[in-house]
Write a protein of this length. Structure first.
Length: 277
């Protein structure tokens, strides 16, 4: 009887494996996570420095009270002298979260290196807001850029679970009360087709707020026109989508500065003030 096995077996023995002395090819590793490091701005104008330091001290105090539950506090940077405004821009820097708010006026939002300290820039607007998230991001969120048409969205071949997912999201949206725990629909764990995703996007519409959070990887948050519904997508540092969800909530937690963050920002701002004096 002839053996069905090759003798000697292939894949074993000398010469069957890569040369151990050769160069190993490693997979590209993710880049490092951004961490906070204090930046001390330089200012040659003593008057501008004093003006900026006084405003920074007010911002530190505001961080403390907002961390304890007080309403957001705003500061008008347009009132600063040009030299003091440059010192403020240097001291605040740019953090990991940015936002685009549609509407009149359109507003660009950039979190500073101090969590919960937001810079808002628009026509006739140059301000800093101390808050878990800017007030305008809440009030404008679900103003329709494209309307939520629900089940009237165009039916196409290939739909599978999208109608059932839509029914769940609309039901939770209608029942949602401010302060409730977020309801999350994890598309990464549900069977769906590309047509499902396109149909849901049309059915839920698009709101007026887009948020990008950069850290160890990226998170993109888009408000839907359907009230309280947000599209939240997480990407790794190689820009691969790793988590795709819809959330029914006031504001996704990933976009919020926590009370602990605000309290920590008060300490960090005072550290910068001390170093600048």
């Amino acid at each position: 009887m002839v053996s069905p096995f090759t003798l000697p077996p292939t894949g074993f023995g000398p010469g069957s494996q890569p040369d151990p002395d050769g160069e190993l090819q490693y997979m590209t590793m993710p880049s490092g996570m951004r961490t906070y490091s204090p930046h001390i701005p330089e200012a040659g104008d003593i008057a501008a420095l004093a003006e900026a330091l006084a405003l920074l001290a007010e911002m530190a105090a505001a961080c403390e009270v907002v961390a304890q539950g007080a309403p957001p506090v705003g500061f008008d940077l347009a009132a600063l002298s040009p030299a003091a405004r440059r010192v403020m821009a240097d001291a605040l820097g740019q953090g990991e979260v940015s936002m685009k708010l549609r509407g009149l006026p359109a507003v660009m939002v950039q979190e500073s290196v101090f969590a919960g300290v937001w810079m808002l820039l628009a026509a006739d607007m140059d301000m800093v807001e101390i808050a878990p998230v800017p007030v305008l991001a809440r009030t404008r969120a679900h103003l329709p850029h494209s309307p939520a048409v629900g089940v009237l969205a165009r039916r196409v071949a290939g739909l599978a679970n999208a109608p059932a997912i839509l029914a769940e999201l609309v039901d939770k949206s209608r029942q949602y009360q401010t302060g409730q725990m977020a309801h999350v629909v994890n598309l990464s764990l549900l069977p769906h087709t590309p047509e499902d995703l396109d149909w849901l996007a049309e059915a839920l519409g698009e709101g007026a707020v887009t948020i990008l959070s950069r850290g160890y990887g990226n998170c993109r948050v888009t408000a839907c026109a359907q009230p309280h519904v947000w599209k939240v997508q997480f990407y790794n540092s190689m820009d691969t989508l790793i988590l795709d969800t819809y959330e029914v909530c006031d504001m996704p937690e990933v976009a919020l500065a926590a009370a602990e963050d605000l309290a920590d920002s008060a300490i960090r701002i005072r550290d910068v003030i001390g170093a600048m004096q």
